[in-house]
Design a protein around this ligand. Sequence first.
Ligand SMILES: C[S@@+](CC[C@H](N)C(=O)[O-])C[C@H]1O[C@@H](n2cnc3c(N)ncnc32)[C@H](O)[C@@H]1O
Length: 296
Amino acid sequence: MIMANGQEVRQTITQAELLQQAIQRLEAAGVPDARRNAEWILCEVLGCSRAQLYAYPERPVDAARQAHVAALLTRRLRREPLQYVLGYVEFLGLRLEVGPGVLVPRPETEWLTEQVLQEMPAAPAQRVLDVGTGSGCIALAIKHHRPDAEVWACDISLDALTIAQRNARRLRLNVHWVVADVLATSFPESVPGSFDLIVSNPPYLAWHEADELPPEVRDYEPPIALYAGEDPLRFYRALARHGHVLLKQGGRLACEVHAHYGSDVVRLFERSGYEKVRLEHDLAGNPRLVWAWKLS
Ligand SMILES: C[S@@+](CC[C@H](N)C(=O)[O-])C[C@H]1O[C@@H](n2cnc3c(N)ncnc32)[C@H](O)[C@@H]1O
């Protein structure tokens, strides 16, 4: 009998027993969605699909794999996000590396990227800028689904850009990565301008919202990716200002918004001279995406 992270590792245990143990430990610690979490961790370590996990309940799990499961489980029990524990997330058909230093891409952002892809004209080839790219999820998904597009992506965080670039290399997607502070007065000169589309999921939480966040978000994801600070519209003001310089005539902005501030962002863009400003609701019915055109 071996001890791994305080957990007993028996020489022989079946997949079904290991799964049950994992579910019980996660449930006892109050981790939401315990079964799904346990399934993901076991499938990752055993190198099998969810169907195979249940199809072969009697299959024995060796001590090394038991110890690996125990190690990942310990991290998840401390409420580290499941995607950090696994080291990746699926985003619009792409497997992206994620980990400390980068926001875990959300389903809402996947939905937003789908809307953007649907609205992108087939021709001419589009020039796109993703502001606050994080793992690179939006930029990489656009480049993957529209290889003809010229895609640029920026972030203030070097940690994020390092992960985004690793994702790009692994997926063999050619995106231009730039370190830039969107709150600065101007963008680096290397960013060319004349964009057809600027897309952004900027930080949009207020400080006081930290108390309502689950520990996975509050204690692990980078604060720079989450909080806008005192002024929840700060990043949208900056995007509106830069859009006038970086977008071509007839270009547009597509921004993810906090469900509480959709109408405020619409007003902000209208007052900043954008036209055809429109708010879209996500699959949960929450205001989520604001479009704004630079027509004049
Ligand atoms: C909400 S996260 C979005 C990440 C990614 N686009 C996604 O949807 O998963 C916001 C991103 O903006 C970046 N960011 C924060 N402040 C910034 C700034 N002043 N200039 C540029 N990027 C910034 C953060 O590092 C983070 O990667």
